[in-house]
Design a protein around this ligand. Structure first.
Ligand code: NAI
Length: 346
């Protein structure tokens, strides 16, 4: 129950419930070797507690890897809240969640994630200091998605150079799955750099806007993973790269923001066999956590944060250099690299 076959054991998992607010939360602390476990809180209509638990375990391990490769003095953790059925008091739910976070006495620091907002985190902040991702008057902070998008953009630039031999992105065909907070900012950066965009989203208003603003080609959500393109950027939900989608892919490079893009570790091997270079999600999508971690440490300054996020490109270069000597797939190499960094930073 507590582990997954392909996962290192977690240090701690807190399962907390509060009958009055309907809270059911799992807070997974994967590693605190580098520092307190840092990772957002997801509110989702999970089918059952086991599905929520599974998600918390996977996501928290991903945060350990992400924070380690980003060089942050934080470990990996993640919280999930099972969305109560029917109407519920949101403020009471997050107050109860804040008490659960606080009970860990700083072993876990939370922030917003899918389904949670800065307003929820403000409520959490009233009851615990172990929270970040909150805009403050006259100080750096708030929505991390533009920083995440910038990290993915510089990674696409690095990958296009090393894998596709392209010195710029002019005319490069990039397919974006999901035009949400990150996908939209990514589309903006790519359009400015001269890339040709192919987009899909379940929300037709977003794709219509991309068509009007960026001249993007719109395809259906069923088609986006199989369109011929130079780069595929998954920016919707996880597990989009799986046994069904991989055989149909017609891309050379994959680089996107979505967490847990590979349904299973073996999918990384399947991509490599098809001659597709996959830049691991937790390497390229660290811009957001770099931003909220700086905010938490009160070191926020826009220029410095962007410079730190831009350095993700150097790590993409290093990963692509490492696989030439190790012969591993990029996914396996990044896993090994991140594991080697799960120690207290010097
Ligand atoms: P979001 O919820 O703003 O955007 C997701 C978009 O995907 C929405 O526009 C939604 O309509 C669309 N979508 C959902 N299912 C789809 C499908 N089957 N096909 C096409 N489009 C679909 O989320 P956000 O913040 O942009 O995050 C995107 C991904 O990046 C998530 O997996 C998230 O965990 C990950 N991520 C986000 C970070 C951030 O800073 N926001 C940081 C690191 C990772």
């Amino acid at each position: 129950f507590f582990g997954l076959p392909h996962q290192a054991p977690h240090e701690r998992v807190l399962i907390a419930a509060d009958a009055a607010s309907g809270l059911r939360t799992m807070i997974a602390v994967h590693s605190t070797a580098r520092g307190p476990a840092f990772g957002g809180c997801r509110l989702w209509a999970y089918e059952n507690d086991l599905a929520a638990h599974h998600d918390a375990l996977r996501l928290s391990q991903g945060m350990s890897m992400k924070n380690a490769l980003a060089g942050l003095p934080f470990g990996g953790g993640k919280a999930v809240i099972v969305k109560p059925k029917g109407d519920f008091d949101r403020a009471a739910l997050f107050a109860a969640f804040a008490r659960a976070v606080d009970s860990l006495q700083g072993a876990y620091i939370t922030a917003e994630d899918v389904g949670t907002t800065t307003a929820d985190m403000r409520g959490v902040q009233a009851l615990t200091q172990y929270v970040s991702g909150i805009p403050r008057e006259g100080a750096f902070g708030g929505d991390p998605s533009p920083k995440t998008a910038w990290g993915v953009f510089v990674s696409i630039q690095a990958g296009a150079k090393m894998v596709l031999g392209r010195s710029d992105l002019q005319g490069l065909k990039v397919a974006i799955q999901g035009l949400g907070a990150v996908g939209w900012h990514l589309a903006e950066f790519l359009h400015k750099a001269g890339a040709q965009l192919i987009v899909a989203d379940i929300d037709p208003a977003k794709t219509a806007k991309a068509q009007a603003q960026f001249g993007a080609t719109v395809v259906g959500v069923e088609q986006i993973l199989a369109v011929p393109c130079d780069v595929l950027a998954p920016c919707a939900l996880g597990a989009s790269l799986n046994a069904t989608s991989i055989p149909a892919l017609q891309t050379k490079l994959i680089c996107g923001a979505a967490n847990n893009q590979l349904a299973l570790p073996a999918d990384g091997d399947a991509l490599a066999k098809q001659g597709i270079t996959y830049l691991p999600d937790y390497l390229v999508n660290a811009g957001g956590i770099i931003s909220v971690a700086r905010e938490y440490r009160n070191e926020g300054e826009e220029g410095a944060v962007m410079a730190e996020v831009s350095r993700i490109a150097e790590r993409v270069d290093e990963l692509l250099a490492r696989i030439k000597t190790s012969g591993r797939t990029p996914a396996a190499e990044a896993d090994a690299w991140a594991q080697s960094l799960l120690v207290k930073p010097a």
